[in-house]
Unconditional design. Structure first.
Lengths: 419, 131
């Protein structure tokens, strides 16, 4: 759009007025020769033209200024919804444009303020929630730190006690290592004694074999005697039977002699003698039988004893065989034990060394636990400070929220064009 | 008189020698059914059949049967034949004949009761058979 400045307009208007005056003056000269009248007429005409032009010009400016003033009043009341009309083509146009830009900027600012205040409000709310969370976390941290502190203290105590136990353990293991050394020497002695025992058992077995052989040789006559005694018993049975028959015969003879009366008396005497002899014979045979029975019983007892001795010796031989075997097993067992005890001793010594290292580590652990305790105490103090700072932040957030509310309140005073 | 002396049922008894026929051994009496407990059985000896009784149970208070092969005193008088199993036989003794009804006499300081074979037979006959 072509612009014309007020100055140019005024110059053009003056020139137009001058032209009109000159034309009027020219016309007046033709009409009248009177210069004064011409001049007066032209002056009046020029004045009238000036008044008309000036009125039109000033009204145009005032109208636009009034329009701007009205817009400014609306803006001052907070109404930014109306558009600023760009009516002029002169310097007032600049003012209108500047004013329109200012209103537009103001709208943008208010919109931004509104947005910012909304964001601040949201941020404030979010900050409040976060602060609550942080506070909760801080409390948890505080509690955890307290718990860690207690745990560290307990840990420190446990580690100290464990160190003491380890110390005692170490002493006992030292003793065990010393004892295992003694045990090694004793197992060596046991090994020697077991070897001696095995040799003695073998010797005893040899002697036992000899004794058994001797016993078998010695038992032969006794076995033979047993057979003879059996034969004697058989003979005794025959003798007893004979004496019994003789007795019976003499008894019947005496009966027959009695029945024969006087004639049989001599025979009766003989029969009685025979009977008496048979009685004596039976008595003697009874005695012999008793003696033979005793011999037989003794012989039987001797045989039983011999058999028992043989059985016992057999058992003894088996036992000694077992003992020899056991000694052999003991020997290998003792050798194994000796090797194992040596291994155990070596392992004990290594264990003592490792336990010493472990004890050092435990002491280090104790120190660390103590440091941990101190650190957690510091953490507790720091979390307390942090909590206070968070409270400060919370307070700041609250005031920020109040401020944003105030901003929103202020922003509500402005009316923006509807989107 | 000659007396045959034996022991049975804890008593020492004597019997007149003329009634004694024989003393047998290895006699195995055959049992008789329904006979009283003291009746051991019957044996056949040289043509005669003898009733054999346990003298201890019949004349005393305990059995005389102790041996598997006991002696049997065979008695023969009148028409009767009886066998007695004693505990022990003492043998033939000569004694003074008892006076009157007395049937007890003493020999070698021991009392001997003289018993008649008829009395033994009567004792046996009085027993209830079948029990």
């Amino acid at each position: 759009m072509n612009r014309t400045s007020i100055k140019n307009k005024m110059i053009l208007s003056f020139l137009a007025l001058l032209l009109i005056v000159m034309a009027v003056v020219g016309a007046a000269r033709q009409i009248s020769d009177n210069v004064i009248t011409g001049l007066a007429f032209s002056a009046a005409l020029a004045l009238a033209a000036g008044i008309i032009f000036g009125g039109i010009f000033s009204r145009s400016i005032v109208r636009r200024l009034n329009s701007l003033s009205g817009a400014a009043k609306e803006v001052s009341r907070g109404d930014l919804s109306k558009e600023i009309p760009l009516l002029s083509r002169d310097e007032i146009r600049d003012l209108e444009e500047v004013f329109a830009r200012m209103v537009s900027d103001l709208r943008n600012i208010i919109s931004e303020i509104k947005e910012v205040s909304t964001r601040i409000e949201e941020t404030g709310r979010s900050l409040g929630v976060q602060i609550e969370k942080v506070l909760s976390s801080s409390r948890e941290i505080d509690e955890t730190a307290l718990s860690i502190a207690k745990g560290s203290e307990a840990q420190s105590l446990i580690v100290q006690r464990t160190s003491l136990v380890f110390d005692k353990c170490l002493e006992q293991m030292n003793e065990a290592a010393q004892k295992s050394t003694q045990t090694v020497s004793r197992t060596v002695q046991a090994l020697q004694k077991t070897e001696t025992g095995e040799a003695k058992a073998r010797e005893t077995l040899h002697y036992l074999e000899e004794v058994l052989k001797q016993m078998v040789e010695n038992a032969e006559p006794i076995y033979r005697l047993s057979g003879k005694v059996e034969k004697i018993k058989m003979v005794m049975d025959v003798i007893e039977e004979l004496s019994r028959k003789t007795d019976l015969l003499s008894l019947n003879a005496s009966i027959e002699a009695t029945r024969a009366g006087e004639m049989g008396k001599g025979f009766a005497l003989v029969a009685n003698e025979i009977r008496s002899m048979a009685e004596n014979s039976r008595h003697s045979s009874h005695e012999i039988r008793a003696i033979v029975d005793d011999i037989f019983k003794d012989n039987k007892a001797v045989l039983a004893s011999l058999r028992k001795s043989e059985t016992d010796i057999d058992k003894g031989r088996t036992l000694i065989h077992g003992i020899v075997g056991t000694f052999g097993e003991m020997l290998s067992g003792v050798k194994q034990i000796s090797a194992e005890v040596q291994d155990v001793g070596e392992a004990s010594r290594k264990q003592v060394q490792e336990m010493r290292g472990l004890l050092d580590q435990f002491q280090e652990l104790s120190r660390l636990a103590h440091e941990n305790f101190v650190s957690t105490q510091k953490t507790t103090i720091n979390t307390k400070g942090q909590k206070e700072q968070i409270m400060e932040i919370a307070r700041a957030a609250k005031s920020l929220q109040a401020l944003s509310e105030k901003m929103v309140e202020t922003q509500r005073r402005f009316r923006l064009p509807e989107a | 008189m000659d007396c045959f002396v034996f022991e049975a049922g804890g008593k020492r008894l004597g019997i007149e020698a003329r009634c004694v026929y024989r003393v047998a051994d290895d006699a195995r009496p055959a049992a008789v059914p329904l006979a009283p407990p003291c009746h051991v059985g019957v044996i056949y000896y040289r043509g005669d059949l003898f009733d054999v009784v346990d003298a201890g149970l019949l004349l005393g208070d305990r059995s005389s049967l102790k041996d598997e092969n006991p002696y049997v005193i065979l008695l023969k008088w009148d028409q009767h034949k009886l066998g007695l199993i004693p505990e022990r036989i003492a043998g033939m003794k000569w004694i003074e004949a008892p006076k009157g009804a007395e049937d007890v006499f003493t020999h070698d300081g021991r009392r001997i009761r003289l018993i008649a074979p008829e009395d033994i037979w009567r004792l046996l006959s009085d027993l209830s058979y079948g029990h």
